[in-house]
Design a protein around this ligand. Structure first.
Ligand code: 9L3
Ligand code: MG
Length: 137
């Protein structure tokens, strides 16, 4: 048990966005840290103090992709991350369907059709959610 669990504190939540457009899921390739560079993940990051999960999803999509999203339902269950954090994913759509996300701080972006979801090298936590992500497409 971690210190936080022992003290009854909630785990730090890292939100992820499952952005779907035209039957494809948006994935981004990490550029850092070294052990994660080259691996693929859903966009997202830590929920900041005072922020709701949905607000964090929107902020992270602006910061990482340069687009505004509409946040929908939860996808799958919380996935434990190293360091006592959990990954919590929400479905999302682009607020402006014509807007094109760009890799602001990542190496690359891809819109994945269902057939490619199982093929790419996901971060371990994101890979756990592949069956739930496939159900969105
Ligand atoms: N993480 C895992 N899968 C994801 C995201 C968005 C984040 N889809 C992990 C990687 C880091 C931590 O959560 O260990 C914090 O994420 P970030 O702030 O580096 O994006
Ligand atoms: Mg991030």
């Amino acid at each position: 048990m971690t210190t936080d669990e022992a003290a009854g504190r909630a785990a730090t939540v890292v939100v992820g966005a499952a952005v779907v457009r035209d039957g494809r899921l948006l994935a981004q390739q990490r550029a850092f840290p070294a052990e994660a560079a080259g691996l693929w993940e859903l966009p997202g990051g830590r929920v900041e103090p005072g922020e709701s999960d949905a607000e964090a999803v929107r902020r992270e999509c602006v910061e990482e992709l340069g687009v505004d999203v509409v946040v929908g339902d939860r996808v799958g269950a919380d996935v434990p991350l190293p360091n006592g954090m959990v990954l919590r994913v929400y479905a999302a759509t682009l607020r402006d369907a014509e807007a094109e996300p760009r890799a602001v701080e990542h190496r690359a972006l891809r819109w994945l059709p269902a057939a490619e979801l199982r093929e790419i090298d996901w971060l371990p936590a994101d890979r756990v959610l592949v069956p739930d992500l496939l159900a969105l497409l």
